[in-house]
Design a protein around this ligand. Structure first.
Ligand code: DGY
Length: 309
């Protein structure tokens, strides 16, 4: 039976199934991710690895675990895993699709609504002495969703489609944009752009200064995918000069964003600590999928949820 390294304690009891199958667990005990050195020590001698999006799985790590036979990422995104490095070693990599789609799509709508209606500023005004003087005819005006044009980058993916469904129910005019489509042309007509594509070398920095300038004055940006899809300096500049109406981000680069990061000085910005999948149900089901992947691969069977290449 195999030694399985697990890089954080997980909610629920999914890990018990690994023990019941006879495997031995070595679980990183800390509340914070192991450093690269600690991670290498954790995986030494392991045949299975259950890792998080905070753990970099690369050649250096894989060299520290020559007996590794399976990597199960506790996330749907696998940008923390060097898939070429695992493929070179014939190590299957699994992820956790579907089970966090609704949670992430729900949070996207929450961020979209918060940005469209200026909720962070309005809520802050209530707490500020003199910030809320009276009911004002022209106070706290925002964007009405019905009829607003929403450009979904990665709109054909699981989360993109779930956001499409929700946004359509709000009466939004939804335009999914995929790999072969002209994002700049779509952006020129957008009231809101929401990001749902994976982070790859092709999509890194996709939302750059040029794209932000193509957006109409006052447009909104929502990102629940990965922080590095966005050039954060360009985003800060577009918020500071008022070209962008607001941005609502669940993800940043790096994570966590240091409290003195210049992006946080930008106006009309809402940042959450990467909580798209943070429901009890989603996080429990993610653990189940990661364990399903490990049980299969350690048993010599194909992973039920292999990561896309
Ligand atoms: C994922 O699974 O990739 C999400 O970002 C976790 O919330």
């Amino acid at each position: 039976m195999a030694l399985v390294a697990v890089t954080r304690r997980l909610p629920g009891d999914a890990l018990d199934r690994l023990v019941a199958a006879g495997h031995e667990l070595r679980v990183w005990p800390g509340p914070l991710p192991p450093s690269a050195t600690e991670l290498r020590a954790l995986v030494a001698g392991a045949e299975g690895l259950l890792c998080l999006l905070t753990d970099r799985v690369d050649d250096a790590l894989l060299d520290a675990a020559p007996g590794l036979r399976a990597v199960a990422n506790y996330a749907v995104g696998v940008d923390n895993v060097d898939l070429d490095a695992t493929a070179r070693r014939g190590i299957p990599v699994g992820n956790t699709p579907d089970v966090l789609t609704d949670a992430t799509a729900d949070l996207t709508m929450a961020l979209l609504l918060a940005a469209a209606r200026g909720l962070p500023d309005a809520a802050a005004a209530v707490r500020r002495p003199g910030g809320w003087r009276t009911w004002e005819p022209a106070g706290w005006l925002g964007l009405e969703l019905r009829g607003a044009r929403l450009v979904l980058v990665g709109g054909a993916g699981r989360i993109g489609r779930a956001v499409h469904e929700r946004a359509a129910a709000f009466g939004m005019d939804v335009l999914p944009v995929g790999r072969g489509d002209d994002l700049h042309a779509a952006a020129a007509r957008a009231d809101v752009v929401s990001l749902h594509c994976p982070l790859t070398e092709r999509t890194r920095g996709l939302v750059d200064a040029a794209l932000l300038r193509r957006l109409p004055q006052g447009a909104l940006l929502v990102n629940t995918a990965r922080g590095a899809l966005v050039d954060q300096d360009a985003l800060a500049a577009a918020l500071h000069d008022g070209h962008l109406g607001a941005a609502a981000l669940d993800v940043t680069d790096p994570e966590p964003l240091p409290h003195d990061h210049p992006l946080l000085d930008a106006p009309n910005l809402l940042v959450l600590p990467h909580v798209g999948s943070a429901t009890h149900a989603a996080r429990g089901r993610m653990a189940d999928r990661a364990v399903d992947n490990l049980l299969a691969a350690l048993d010599g069977r194909p992973m039920p949820y292999p990561a896309d290449r």
